[in-house]
Structures are given as C-alpha cells and as structure tokens.
Design a protein around this ligand. Structure first.
Ligand SMILES: Nc1nc2c(ncn2[C@@H]2O[C@H](COP(=O)(O)OP(=O)(O)OP(=O)(O)O)[C@@H](O)[C@H]2O)c(=O)[nH]1
Ligand SMILES: [Mg+2]
Length: 345
C-alpha cells in the first residue's frame, strides 16, 4: 500500500540570472496534483509489467547481421570470411575502425574455443557491466536523487520514464515526475498519465513555460516532501540546434545549483534504429549536459544492435537499460553477456 503526503504548492525562490523568468513563470505554475492511487484506465498491453525477453526482443537482430556472422565463423573461417565478418559488423553499426579492431583481436585470440566465441568475447569486452540494481542515488539523505531524460525526438524518453517510475515505485521509492517537456501540451498530458499509473507525484507548468523553471520547482517540491527520486522529462531536440541544447544545459545548471554536491543522472535515450547517427547525437548531448548513462530503446524493432558497441567504445558511458517493447516490463537492465549471447543465439 502506498502512502502519500499532501503535496504543497511548490515555492518559487528565484535567484541569479533566471530570476526574472521564473518570477513571471510563477503565475503559470500549475498546482502539483495529488497522486492518484488507482491507476488510470489504460490498455492491458501498456500496463503489463512482466519482464520483457531480451532474446525475443532481439529476434530481428538475430535474423540479421549476427546470424550471418555466425554462419561465416562456423567452420574455420578463411581470410575472405574474416573480411566478410568485418563488413557485417560495419553493416550492423559497430563502426569501421572498431569492427576492424574486433576482428583483429578475435583472430589473435588463442584461448577461445571457436572463432565465433572469440568474436563474441571481444564484443562483450567492449561493454561495461552495469549493476542490475542500479538506480539514481541521493547525494545526501535530505536531497532527492535526480534523473534527467534527454535525447532527440521520439526516441522513447517519456515511455522509458513511465517504465522507470513503475520500477522505482514498485521498489518502494517515492517518485516525482517533472514535466520539463513544455513544448507541447500533449507531452505534459502523456507524462501525467504515466505519473497517475504508477502513483507518482507530478509537477508541471503551462505549455510553453521555461523547462528549467519546471525542474527548479520539481526539485523544491521534492526536497519539501522528502521525495526519493525526481525524474525530469525533456523535449526531444536535435543535437544540431544549439539554442535547444543551451536550454538543456540550463536545466542541468538548475539541478547543480539547487542540489550542490549532487551528481544528477543524465540518461541519453537512443533509438537503436538510428544507427551510426546515434553516435553523433550522443557525442553532442554528452558535451552539453554530461551523460551518465544510455538507454537503448526499440531493440525489438531493429535489424541491428551494434550501435551499442560503438557508443561505449567512443564515449565510455555505460548502457543502463534496453527497451524491448512498449509494455511496462519491456525495460531491462543492460547485461553485456546476455546482450551479446542474445545477438548470437
Ligand atoms: N517497439 C518499441 N517501441 C517503443 C520503445 N520505447 C518507446 N517506444 C515507442 O516509441 C514511441 C515514442 O515514444 P515516446 O516515449 O513518446 O518518445 P519521446 O522520446 O518521449 O518523444 P518526444 O517527447 O516527442 O521526443 C511511442 O510509440 C512508444 O510506445 C521500445 O523499447 N520498443
Ligand atoms: Mg516525450
């Protein structure tokens, strides 16, 4: 059974460069809504929280480049076969330089039981093992943990927040969702539905408001109500739009200023179907807000999956979760061994 404190209207304490913006915005602050205990009406598919199956989710990858690599490696590959393996890895979005390194190292391996095992081991070695129980941490007991969800348009940020909110609530945490995607009214409503479904608290401003002000208020509310985890939704944005990237940097600064000493988690939500362009996006987001993790979504609907190797190799930012469908349970902690095994299964 969940217990909720009566939420207070967030107080605005503007300071510094954003003060005038926020004073004006305080007129637009929507009262934080009392979280509902009953889940909002929704389709059964959405609310199915049985854990998704990685192997099933990756079926398309399996039928794609990895299956062909396995075929090539089966019976003592020759020079031409190894070249084909390299090409397959490139086609699977692993990236040119990295594909050639993987093949070179796999060929040099004496300890592996087969060529396939050598490639598999080399690929797994590129990926960071993430604690399956990972969750955003508080810097001090009186501060909430903060998680910012960022990425380009339509990658699955809001859906991932819904899945994560459900997970953290089920573990007994109090969670506050901040509707810092103020770009469209529908985006605020979408997050509100996820919030109601999992019994989260919710802070939103009017559409068009400064997203940094939403983050500011959400943190104030979370501190006042002793909330465990704040998750901020942000609008999808192209990494090439510098004004929108500046807006994101401002949100990050607000967190740093309101919670000195805390390190917010910044999760980059990447649609696995974007291929190599995903790496270019991740680079710019990393430079702008300092990514601390990656969520690789839609692995159930892509014929690839190799972008994950390229990103980890280039940015050293760990993949925390993979999305393998649209249901609540379709967000899995990232396990490199299981991931590579599923690709080769
Ligand atoms: N198949 C599949 N679909 C997913 C997954 N994650 C999200 N989606 C779908 O992707 C679409 C976009 O998801 P959103 O969560 O709205 O994406 P967003 O990043 O918040 O989008 P913007 O806010 O517009 O930038 C929705 O139809 C989701 O159901 C996944 O892991 N697998
Ligand atoms: Mg969204």
């Amino acid at each position: 059974m969940f217990h909720f404190r009566k939420p207070k209207q967030p107080e605005i304490e503007p300071e510094g460069e954003e003060a005038s913006d926020w004073t004006a915005l305080s007129q637009a602050v929507e009262p934080a809504v009392e979280p509902s205990i009953e889940p909002a009406a929704s389709s059964p598919a959405d609310t199915d929280d049985t854990p998704g199956d990685l192997a099933e989710g990756l079926q398309r990858s399996r039928g794609g480049f990895m299956a062909r690599i396995r075929g090539l490696l089966k019976s003592g590959p020759d020079e031409a076969d190894w070249e084909s393996v390299e090409e397959m890895l490139i086609a699977g979005d692993v990236g040119g330089a990295l594909a050639s390194e993987v093949v070179e190292r796999a060929r040099g391996r004496k300890d592996a039981s087969s060529a396939e095992a050598a490639v598999r081991d080399e690929l797994s070695a590129l990926l960071t093992v993430s604690d399956p129980g990972w969750r955003p941490a508080r810097a001090t007991p009186d501060q909430p943990a903060v998680l910012l969800m960022v990425g380009v348009n339509g990658t699955g940020k809001t859906t991932t927040i819904g899945k994560l909110a459900h997970r953290y609530r089920a573990e007994g945490n109090s969670v506050l969702l901040a509707a810092a995607d103020t770009f469209r009214a529908a985006a605020i409503d979408q997050l509100r539905i996820w919030s109601d479904r999992s019994g989260c608290q919710f802070v939103a401003h009017a559409p068009g408001a400064d997203p940094a002000a939403v983050v500011y208020d959400a943190i104030d509310a979370a501190v006042a109500r002793h909330v465990d985890i704040v998750i901020a939704d942000t609008a999808g944005r192209l990494h090439t739009k510098s004004n929108l990237m500046d807006e994101l940097a401002k949100m990050r600064r607000v967190v740093d200023r309101r919670l000195p000493g805390a390190t917010p988690e910044v999760l980059f939500v990447l649609d696995a179907t974007t291929g190599q362009n995903g790496l270019a996006q991740a680079r710019v987001f990393h430079e702008t807000v300092g990514l601390t993790g990656i969520v690789l979504t839609k692995l159930d609907s892509t014929a690839k999956g190799g972008i994950v190797f390229a990103i980890e190799d280039a940015l050293h930012v760990p993949v925390r979760f993979v999305g393998v469908g649209e249901k609540l349970g379709d967000l899995l902690p990232f396990d490199p061994q299981a991931f590579v095994s599923a690709l080769f299964a």
